[in-house]
Write a protein that binds this ligand. Structure first.
Ligand code: SF4
Length: 490
């Protein structure tokens, strides 16, 4: 049986396969290949044409890793089904949207949590022409009603295989990032032990499960030796290696001539100066901390408590070692007040970060905040296609906070400006600001190489963001004063 695994085109992510959550596509493709299936991976973010024109698919699995890919997924699925191909949807967006009335209008089945073993069993059921009712972990339509079968437990990741990167053209997936010219997203774990109010990871991926470090190192060996990879951005929700794993990573790096560096997202609370030293020695050169808010009340509300003094100490320790630190904040949380936002501004200003990534709050289904806002105001999604319109954390599509839109926009513009003009030297001896400029230029170049309509939409969004920064800063000096947005404080 031949299976086509598709990464649908995303509204603002050109090289989709390398985007963090697409790890599920690669893990499933590798798993099915090991079990004797003919597989072909089609990344529509890279090409609108099927990579193997002679590949005759019996079934297709689309991985909806990003909300902005729903419309493309629906259009491609409709075409495939019209050609007699059974279509399955998987990944985070399909999982959180499975209950919506039109989710199964564009596909035959949805995998509702686990992908590899479920896909294997479902494909066999399809091939046998059997009833899917006994396949655990799927949703499908029967007599006009959506049926959810029994939940399937999430597997131990040692039951899977090291990812087969020959299934895609890896060179087309490399990105420039920090000092790296050929950075790729890999992952060493899946899931998260926390349960932040705005995040659907716990619902979709459950508690943190680690991949065997031997699998990760085998992938690194192949990617560095055969493809020249020089950077890894680990897409783990919580990047955390043990001392032994760090020693193995360090040995791998030395064996490969110290030719790659790595980083990822973690929480400052799990880091100590000694662990950071070991991470640096093993090649860690950047870390992202999801700090979200400077208000202790909001941190409780968001379910992300931490000690700001400890965050400051960890950030300073990273800087001393030569590890760049990116801090991510969310503004516009439900019920966030002006005082909460002021505390976030002051807290961010007190940190010596390489980048201040300020994002607007975006509502995601199946999160505690979604349930809360639904109870309080009746807000809810009616169609899975709506996901496509409300996911851009750079644009304020719906403001659930008590802070006016303009104040949120001015605060965001200020920290964008701070990031661009930041003079802090990163581990690679380049200012973060110049890197963000380069990133914008590279992204614009990628857009120009794509189709005319994508190029237009992409360039428009870059220009809108670029002009938005000076506009909000110059047009609202009163708000700048009100929120103390004039200088970085330590
Ligand atoms: S925001 Fe991060 S730390 Fe919080 S639940 Fe999601 S993945 Fe875990």
């Amino acid at each position: 049986m031949n299976v086509l695994l598709i990464q649908p085109r995303s509204g603002f992510q050109l090289r989709g396969i390398t985007f963090p959550v697409c790890r599920d596509l690669m893990m499933t493709a590798t798993f099915l290949k090991h079990h004797g299936y003919g597989v072909c991976v089609w990344d529509r973010c890279i090409s609108s044409k099927l990579p193997q024109t002679d590949f005759r698919a019996d079934a297709a699995i689309l991985f909806l890793a990003q909300s902005s890919s729903v419309k493309d997924a629906a259009a491609v699925s409709d075409r495939l089904r019209a050609g007699g191909i059974r279509v399955i949807w998987a990944d985070m967006v399909a999982v959180i949207g499975a209950e919506l009335p039109d989710a199964l209008a564009h596909c035959d089945f949805i995998l509702t949590g686990e992908y590899c073993f479920t896909a294997l069993e479902l494909l066999q059921t399809i091939a046998d022409g059997a009833d899917a009712a006994d396949v655990r972990g799927i949703a499908y339509t029967k007599n006009g009603q959506t049926v959810f079968t029994q939940k399937r437990p999430l597997p131990d990741l040692s039951e899977l295989y090291p990812i087969d990167w020959t299934l895609i053209d890896v060179r087309k997936c490399f990105r420039r990032f920090q000092s790296c010219r050929r950075m790729l997203y890999l992952n060493a774990s899946v899931g998260c032990p926390y349960s932040c109010g705005f995040c659907s990871t716990p619902f979709c991926y459950g508690k943190r499960r680690k991949r065997p470090i031997a699998h990760v190192i085998r992938e690194i060996d192949v990617l560095v030796r055969d493809f020249g990879m020089d950077g890894i951005n680990f897409s783990d929700e919580l990047l955390l290696f043990t001392e032994d794993e760090l020693a193995q990573l360090k040995a791998c790096r030395e064996r490969l001539g110290n030719s790659f560096v790595w980083g990822g997202e973690t929480r400052p609370q799990v880091l100590t100066p000694e662990l950071l030293r070991q991470m640096y020695d093993a090649g860690c050169r950047w870390l992202l901390f999801g700090l979200e808010t400077g208000s202790s009340e909001m941190r409780e509300h968001v379910r992300k408590p931490y000690d700001p003094a400890q965050v400051r100490a960890v950030t300073d320790c990273c800087t001393e070692l030569g590890i760049a630190v990116f801090g991510s904040f969310i503004i516009g949380f439900p019920n966030e007040t002006k005082e909460d936002l002021l505390r976030t501004v002051r807290f961010a200003q007190s940190l010596d970060l390489d980048a201040y990534l300020f994002n607007y709050f975006v509502m995601i289904a199946h999160t505690p905040f979604y349930e809360q806002v639904n109870r309080e105001s009746g807000y809810r999604f009616h169609s899975i296609l709506e996901f496509d319109d409300v996911v851009n954390t750079d644009s304020l599509d719906a403001n659930f906070s008590a802070v006016p839109d303009k104040a949120l926009a001015v605060v965001k513009a200020y920290f964008d400006y701070l990031t661009i003009t930041n003079k802090k030297e990163t581990a690679q001896r380049r200012t973060a600001g110049s890197q963000f400029f380069r990133k914008a230029i590279n992204t614009a170049a990628e857009y120009l190489r794509s189709t005319p309509s994508t190029a237009f939409i992409g360039l428009y969004s870059i220009c809108r963001r670029g002009f938005g920064v000076p506009f909000y800063l110059l047009a609202f000096p009163g708000l700048r004063r009100e929120y103390g947005l004039h200088k970085k404080r330590r």
